[in-house]
Write a protein that binds this ligand. Structure first.
Ligand code: MRU
Length: 327
C-alpha cells in the first residue's frame, strides 16, 4: 500500500511504523480503542498522519455507536487527546465531527476526502519549500540535514520536509541528506533512512549529538524539518532536538526551513510558550531494544517535542507559501 493510512472496508489500515524497517506490514484497526492504542505507541505518527487518523477514527466511532452521538463525541474526545502536541489530531477529529449531522456515510466521505487533500497539500507545501531552498542556498548539489521523520510515513502519501527532498532529488539537486537518528525512538534511523533508501536519495545517518558539529564543519547547506504545531506568531513545536538544530543553524548562518500543511498552524495560539509538550515514558530512555541500559530507578526527562522561536527560523512554509519569515 502506498498510503501510510487509509480506509478499507470497515477498518482503518495503517503501515505499522513500530515494525519498520525490519518488516513492512499493515494493521487493520476496527475500533477506536485499537486506533488510540496505535497512536500512543506511535504505530501511526507524524502530524499530518495523525490528522488523518483523527478523522478516520471518528468514522470508526460512528460505525461503533450508530446514532448515539454522545458516545461518538466521547470517543472523539479520547482520540483528540491521544497525543497532545500535534494539533492536526484535534483538527482531523473536529473536521470529521462537523459532518456528523449527515450520518455515517457523510462522516466517512469527509474523512476520506481529507486523505486526498493531505497528499495534495503536502505536495504543494513542499514544492514551495523546494523553491525557497533553491533561492536561499547557492551551492549545488545541495547538502541537507533533517530530523525525525517527515516523509510519506508521517503523512498520508507524500511528506513535508522529506517531501521537499523528493522534489529536489527529482531534479538532481541533492548531493546527500544527513538524517538525525532522533533519540529515543529513532524515527530518523528506522523510518527516514528507510524512506531515503527506497527513494534512492544518498544519505548518511547522524547521531543527534553530531548535528551541530556537522553544521559547524560546513557539511550542511540547509536544515529542513516538519512541525507538530505552529503558533500564530510562527513559533514551532517539533520533535525534541529541533531547537538545538535551529540554534546551530543560526550560529553558522545557514537556512533553517520548516515545512508543514496549514492544518498544523494553531491560529488560536499567539506564541509557542503555551504549546502542550508531550512527556513520554522513562523506559524509552532507560531501555534500549527492550534491554535496561540505565541504573535501576534512574530519573528521566523525556519530552517528545521542543519549541523553536520564530526568530531562529528562516521560514515556515505551507501549501499557501511562506507563512512566516524570520532570520
Ligand atoms: O513523535 P512523532 O514521531 O509523531 O513526531 C513527529 C515529528 O515531530 C515530525 O517532525 C512532525 O510531526 C512533522 S511530520 C510531517
Amino acid at each position: 500500500m502506498r498510503r501510510t493510512i487509509d480506509w478499507d472496508d470497515d477498518a482503518v489500515v495503517i503501515v505499522d511504523q513500530c515494525a519498520l524497517p525490519a518488516a513492512h506490514r499493515t494493521l487493520r484497526l476496527r475500533t477506536v480503542d485499537e486506533l488510540v492504542a496505535a497512536i500512543q505507541r506511535l504505530a501511526v505518527r507524524g502530524a499530518p498522519a495523525l490528522g488523518a487518523a483523527g478523522a478516520l477514527g471518528v468514522a470508526l466511532a460512528v460505525r461503533e455507536h450508530g446514532d448515539d452521538t454522545e458516545a461518538v463525541r466521547a470517543d472523539a474526545a479520547r482520540l483528540a487527546g491521544a497525543r497532545p502536541t500535534a494539533v492536526n489530531l484535534r483538527w482531523g477529529v473536529e473536521r470529521a465531527l462537523a459532518a456528523l449531522g449527515g450520518g455515517a456515510e457523510s462522516v466517512l466521505a469527509q474523512a476520506r476526502s481529507m486523505l486526498t487533500e493531505d497528499e495534495r497539500t503536502n505536495h504543494t507545501a513542499s514544492r514551495h519549500a523546494a523553491d525557497l531552498v533553491l533561492r536561499r542556498c547557492p551551492r549545488r548539489p545541495l547538502r541537507l540535514l533533517t530530523h525525525c521523520n517527515t516523509g510519506r510515513l508521517a503523512a498520508v502519501g507524500w511528506g513535508t520536509a522529506l517531501g521537499t527532498v523528493w522534489h529536489l532529488h527529482a531534479t538532481g539537486q541533492v548531493e546527500y541528506v544527513l538524517a538525525g537518528e532522533t533519540r529515543p525512538l529513532l524515527q530518523g534511523t528506522r523510518l527516514t533512512a528507510w524512506e531515503l533508501a527506497e527513494a534512492g536519495v544518498p544519505y548518511r545517518l547522524l547521531p543527534d549529538s553530531a548535528a551541530a558539529s556537522a553544521i559547524a564543519r560546513g557539511l550542511v547547506d540547509c536544515v529542513l524539518v516538519g512541525a507538530d504545531r505552529v503558533a500564530a506568531n510562527g513559533d514551532v513545536a517539533n520533535k525534541i532536538g529541533t531547537y538545538g538544530l535551529a540554534l546551530a543553524a543560526a550560529r553558522h548562518e545557514i537556512p533553517f526551513v520548516v515545512v508543514a500543511p496549514s492544518s498544523t498552524v494553531d491560529k488560536e495560539l499567539p506564541g509557542g510558550g503555551s504549546i502542550a509538550v508531550e512527556e513520554r515514558a522513562a523506559e524509552e530512555v532507560t531501555h534500549f531494544a527492550g534491554q535496561p541500559v540505565a541504573p535501576e530507578g534512574a530519573a528521566v526527562f523525556n519530552p517528545a517535542f521542543d519549541v523553536t522561536p520564530v526568530e531562529l527560523i528562516t521560514a515556515v512554509v505551507t501549501e499557501h507559501g511562506v507563512f512566516t519569515e524570520g532570520r
